[in-house]
Design a protein around this ligand. Sequence first.
Ligand code: PGA
Length: 255
Amino acid sequence: MIIAGNWKMHKLTGEAGELATQLKGRVSDLTPAVSVILCPPFTALAKVASILAGSSIGLGAQNVYWENEGAFTGEVSPIMLKDAGCTYVIIGHSERRQYFGETDATVNRKVHAALKARLVPIICVGETEEQRDRGETKDVIVTQVNGGLESVSADQLSNVIMAYEPVWAIGTGKNATPEQAQEVHALIRGLVGDRIKDSFAVSEFPILYGGSMKPANALDLLIQPDINGGLIGGASLKADSFEGIIRAGAAAIEK
Ligand code: PGA
C-alpha cells in the first residue's frame, strides 16, 4: 500500500517543513506497512528531506529532466534529485502533459533517466473527459502505458510505480467510482503483465489511483483488487486529510 502526496506548486519551505513534521509524528504507527511518500516542490525538497531523515516516509520530486547535467536552463536532473534526498519522482503528470507539452516520448526519456539514477518513477496516465465520453479510454491508456514503458525491461519494472489519474477527476472533486478505477487498473496490470513473465511480480506491481481521493472515498477505492495506493493532490496539503487517507490505506490492507 503506497500513499503519495503530490503537493504540486504549493508550500513555501517553512510551510512544507511544518506539514512534514506533523505527518511524521502522526503516521509513524502506520509506516512502513503503508509506504508514505511526500512530493514537495523542488525548493522544499532539501528542507523536507532533513525532516524525514531517519523516518520511513519517502521523498519524491514532481518532475525531472533526462540529462544529468548541461546547458538546460531551468531544468533539474536525476542526480540532483538523488542529491536532494529523493527516492521517487512523478513523471508525466497530466498537468505536465497539458501545460508543458510533455508527450509519451518525453515521459519515456525521463523514465529511463530516472531508473539509471536509481530513482523510482511514478508514471502517470489518464484520459480526459472528452476521451472517456468518446469511448477512447482504453486506447489512451494502452498508448500512454506502452509509450511510457518503451524499452523498460522486466527487471527495471520492479522499480516502477504507475498511477492512473483520470484527468476529469483531478482537482474537480469528482473521483472515479471504484468500479471505473478498478477497470482501468486491471487493464494497466494486464499491460504490465505482457512485459513481466513472473506472475507474482505482476500481482505485486504497484498501481496508484489519483483524482479527488479524500478520506471519505479512499477506503472504497483502496480495497479494489488492482488499486495498490493513491496519488493525492489537494487532500495531501493538510495533515488531517492526508492522515485520514493513510489510515484508510492501513484499513484497506486489513480487508
Ligand atoms: P487531486 O490531484 O487529488 O487534487 O485531484 C491528484 C493529482 O493530480 O495527483
